[in-house]
Design a protein around this ligand. Structure first.
Ligand SMILES: O=C(CO)[C@H](O)[C@H](O)COP(=O)(O)O
Length: 255
């Protein structure tokens, strides 16, 4: 059986002037994790917030009791140099540091924002190892134009410290909330679930009551939803619908 449903509202669609309240609300609505979209204006054509804001949000939500537990801060790092910032976000209270494959393979392996000397290339496996050494879980995300095949070698890393705890399949082009769900990306989820029954597979972009069944059927269990949750009249109900869809697929039965 695939892993349990993890419902993970993206605060990108919340009122940024009230982010602390948005995080508390989402946990009251029975979310499992909170999805924090960090955008740098380089890797994606938009900017959001960084570690100082996340550090303040951490005071509104208790740290998870175990890795991947309730209240996990899942940071989707849409930034050009993910290795450079990992320790800063760890210090701010991030639990899952999810970087983009496309950013990792085009950046240097500097581990400090001020480091101008390092020229050694970053690799996904080195970055995953480093994230684990920092005490965080590691996620790796791919954009719609990136094939799932880039992940096989990383998931099969001989050393488990170089293997990701989660894979994120983007079902929109990263950068903005409220976009149309790309069902064309779900074959990646199916392929991953076939090979890795226990892997946390996250989908992000356009997930809502009308699209969750397809994603759950493909095998996704970590469900990011921004506008569908924060724009809903009854967010707790939406969260329950998303959870039921994943659980129905897991149990192969009607709830
Ligand atoms: O990563 C993101 C955008 O890059 C967001 O998490 C995502 O788009 C969520 O928004 P919505 O559920 O409204 O599509």
């Amino acid at each position: 059986m695939s892993p349990p449903a993890i419902i993970n509202p993206s605060v990108l669609s919340a009122d940024f002037a009230e982010l602390g309240k948005a995080c508390r609300d989402a946990m009251d609505w029975k979310s499992d994790w909170l999805h924090l979209d960090v955008m740098d204006g380089h890797f994606v054509p938009n900017m959001t917030f960084g570690a100082p804001v996340i550090g303040k949000l951490r005071k509104h939500v208790d740290r998870p009791k175990e890795a991947g537990g309730l209240g996990t801060f899942d940071c989707h790092m849409m930034i050009a140099e993910p290795m450079r910032w990992a320790s800063i976000f760890r210090d701010a209270g991030v639990d899952m540091y999810c970087f983009h494959y496309e950013a990792a393979v085009t950046s240097v392996g500097a581990k400090d924002p001020a480091d101008t000397q390092t020229t050694e290339k970053c690799t996904p496996k080195n970055l995953i190892r480093y994230i684990h050494e920092l005490g965080m879980q590691a996620g790796i995300a791919i954009k719609p134009k990136t094939g799932v095949d880039v992940l096989w070698d990383i998931l099969a890393a001989e050393d488990e410290k170089e293997r990701p705890d989660m894979v994120l399949i983007m079902t929109v082009e990263p950068g903005f909330g409220g976009q149309k769900f790309m069902a064309s990306e779900l074959h990646k989820v199916t392929a991953l679930r076939e090979k890795y029954p226990n892997l946390n597979i996250e989908v992000d972009g356009g997930l809502a009551e009308g699209t969750i069944d397809q994603a759950a059927e493909a095998g996704a269990n970590v469900i990011v939803a921004g506008s569908a949750v924060f724009g809903a009249k009854d967010p707790a109900h939406v969260i329950q619908v998303l959870r039921d869809a994943v659980d129905k697929r897991r149990g192969g039965e009607k709830l």
